[in-house]
Write a protein that binds this ligand. Sequence first.
Ligand SMILES: Cc1ncc(COP(=O)(O)O)c(C=O)c1O
Length: 414
Amino acid sequence: MARLAINGGTPAARDLFKLIPAWPTYSEKEKKALIEVLESRKWCRIYPGSRAELFETAFAEYHHAKHGIAVANGTVALELALKAVGVKQGDKVIVPAVTFIASASAATELGAIPIFADVDPETGNISPASVREIVEREDGVKAVVAVHYGGNPVNFDELKPFLSRRGIKLIEDCAHAHGSEWRGRRVGAIGDMGGFSFQESKSLTAGEGGIVLTDNDEYANKARLIHNIGRVVGRPGYEHYILSSNYRMTEFQAALLLSKLDEFKEQVEKKHRNGEYLAGLLRKIGGVEPQKMEEGVTKRGYYYFVFRYDEEEFGGVPKERFIEALRAEGVPADVGYGMPLYKQKAFSREAFLEVMPPGTEYPGYDQMYLPGAEEFTRREVTMLHYILLAEREALDLVAAAIEKIKENAHELAR
Ligand SMILES: Cc1ncc(COP(=O)(O)O)c(C=O)c1O
């Protein structure tokens, strides 16, 4: 029987790292695009005909949205979206308990209060039942930030009509979901507004960057003004129509994103196919169940490939020990965000009240226990999306490494 690599055996996926492209990918095309911006001496987007404008049009079109507003990063994209739909200080914003902290801090930056909804332990997405329960219970809910977790679209059929009947705005956090589709439509402008991130680890990247998408003309106009310190885009000078901040994307970011766009579109297709292939391999092993997708998901973009680890099926080996063993076999696995957000120090009474306007009541985050969020984070194992850019022999190695650990779990239990 093979000895586990963590105990000195030969790693089952020893050559995997050679088969996964180094991330982020780039070529001569990106170098040329960056040099062009440098030499143009137009590094800022404030002039008409900017690269940022070209990127906004191209990305919005790809994502089936009418408008795009390019910004500096994904965190401010969410802030901008919340501002544009009218969220104000003291309003409540429902956020899933399992996500990157920016999904919630975008609200607190406006003085609004995040209310955590539970997540479905199988999909990792915000639970529509939990959202309904909060809306019935709480006054002052103005918006929901729905994260397409790992790239897995949320259930729009259950969320959208319910929220729009009550005038509650639906903001899609698409930082994981470039290329994802719900019933044939790409995410981002299915809700009222959507925010994307182009941070280095994301599936389309310029190191930093973001964009807000919407079909709503009024929100788009407002977002354009707000993101440009109250100026009209393409009209430099000192006419300002609203007091706000500077969220603009640079021309270097826009040039990188534009030159990567075609390659990215092909990568979405490949990752979708490879994701299905890897999910099929894991289902055969058992005890490593791929993240469930709703029937409405027609294309899966990826930030994370996620699976749920079942300790019982692995002879009682705890997840953290399983991940250590899997890494030793050569598979770059991780735990995702590791805990529900309400357990972060930033949501302790002291830390929360310090950043909130005087008079804000503490919502009792430190007493929270949401069963779906707890179960999901306890069992979640993640791999970053670029593993799905490798050829299938690489995914076979991933499955072989997991299978080897399962067969030799007794070595870890000892
Ligand atoms: C779900 C989610 N929302 C928002 C963000 C914020 O994006 P950025 O890092 O570009 O500010 C991220 C980025 O990690 C994210 O994963």
